[in-house]
Write a protein that binds this ligand. Structure first.
Ligand code: HEC
Length: 156
């Protein structure tokens, strides 16, 4: 679509009427289409998210308060399908090192799955959560990770 082409050409994504420069190319985990941030729930365009758009690294990783907040957000938004400890239920476990989508080993890839969704019941989470809240949930997921440390690509 034209809008998409324009967004790519300009390297600009529009969020809540604020234009931000995205240096990282964010795409739908399955379709490969450029993520449209005009669908983003309001309130997510924080300094932390703006930083994430530049280097694709989650600024909340390792931040104790942010991790706690991420857990509080995860419970109502994700635990019904992924389990309270992210051990897996209707959806896969999120704390181990087996990923249906290996892209989730990076924060960029994980964010793409959350924002744009994957298959079936894993719909886009951008309706319930703003982008900053997604980064908080991701920080909690990384904190409870029980897999092989060598596979923790987000630390590299
Ligand atoms: C309605 C149920 C449901 C909800 C709510 C839900 N998910 Fe999912 N999720 C799934 C299903 C089912 C899959 C498997 C989809 C697939 O394989 O394409 C999945 C897949 C995923 C994956 C990919 C895992 C992998 O192994 O690659 C991640 C990451 C994920 N979900 C995170 C979340 C987070 C974080 C939330 C809350 C913000 C959430 N999901 C909310 C059902 C759900």
């Amino acid at each position: 679509m034209n809008i998409k082409v324009l967004a790519v050409a300009a390297g600009i994504v529009s969020m809540s009427s604020v234009s931000v420069q995205a240096d990282v190319d964010f795409r739908h985990a399955i379709e490969g289409t450029v993520l449209d941030f005009s669908f983003a729930k309001k309130g997510g365009n924080t300094p932390g998210f703006k930083k994430f758009l530049v280097d694709g690294k989650n600024p909340y990783n390792g931040d104790k308060d942010a991790i706690q907040e991420g857990h509080d957000l995860y419970m109502p938004a994700c635990s019904g399908c992924h389990g309270h400890e992210a051990e897996g239920k209707l959806g896969p476990g999120l704390a181990d090192d087996y990923w249906t989508y290996p892209a989730a080993e990076t924060d960029k890839g994980l964010f793409e799955i959350l924002y744009g969704g994957a298959k079936g019941m894993m719909g886009p989470q951008n309706v319930n959560l703003n982008t900053d809240e997604m980064l908080h949930i991701m920080a909690w997921m990384r904190d409870i990770y029980k897999g092989d440390p060598k596979k923790a690509k987000w630390l590299k």
